[in-house]
Design a protein around this ligand. Sequence first.
Ligand code: ATP
Length: 352
Amino acid sequence: MAFLDLINVSKSFGSLPVVEEFTVQIEKGEFISFLGPSGCGKTTVLRMIAGFETPTAGTLTINGKDQRPLKPNQRNIGMVFQAYALFPNMTVHDNVAFGLKVAGMAKPDIDKRVKEMLALIKLDHLATRFPYQMSGGQQQRVALARAIAVKPQVLLLDEPLSALDAKIRVSLREEIRAIQQQLGITTVFVTHDQEEALSISDRIVVMNAGRADQIGSPFEIYNTPATRFVASFVGTLNLIEGKVVDPDNSRIMIGDQDVTLKQSVTAYKPGDTVSLALRPEAGSLAESAKGDTALTGEVISVHFLGSVVRTRMNVAGNTISFDMFNNPRRTSPTVGERVTISFKASDLLVLP
Ligand code: ATP
């Protein structure tokens, strides 16, 4: 049994199922992200952990204790929401002190704990400010301090960065991760931003229509997606259609180009169509690459994105993007040119 256990949890609103047989086992001190598109049920799972929603079926335990009979205030869970939910009429100090007061802590102990928390989020100099006198990023750090001041057994973060601008988002997510690791607090982070999830999680649950499609480390989720949905939702992906010609030798055709896969296709018959996935960063122009597999096509577009140049080419009706690091000494391909990209056969994955 893990620290935070959700086993076959389902939730319906009326006759509408929004979470179905959701199972995830989260270890103590783990940082896990629920990643998925809008409406896939991420917040609903979080709200069930917090006690704001009751599961229709399944079990939910923390440290072996069934949480279902407990009200939200009996669960010892810290929460940070997307909108800055600070008390507007209280100072930073009083916001962070709030939960401690409710818990009946003595004033000197409260002051000591608030001081520690404000030092942790590096805002000790703003203790007397009110929320309206602070930036969004600062307010979210106070919200984080308020949530962890009470030493919750689980910290739930519901898209806490989505209202912030891009630069602050990146620095604050790193700060959250550092604080989480320092305190060893078990954390569930909800996001629809795949880069955010990949960058800070121990593991990611990719959710699709109320179900967990895949649970794994960022590396596993990105490099070995279990389903077509995971492959296309996480990162940019080329989907390429191929025809099996020789299943025993893993040979397929992409248009009139012969490719030998690393993956077995013995489950298919000659003539079957397979969907293949190739990440843009796996391919590079043939003259600069060391791959064992190549595809030739016509360049459709070239986009300069700063550190990388993304080129799209047409190969037998498939649009394939590939990324190259920007190199001022090399000329980029031009639209209409025929180019060959090279990659490792193992980078071309057959999708289930
Ligand atoms: P987002 O990223 O947009 O917040 P989400 O993945 O967190 O999405 P949820 O908020 O969990 O999704 O909602 C999942 C589904 O359940 C949605 O279709 C939503 O409309 C529905 N839903 C959520 N709460 C209720 C409710 N109280 N009554 C009826 N339907 C609800």
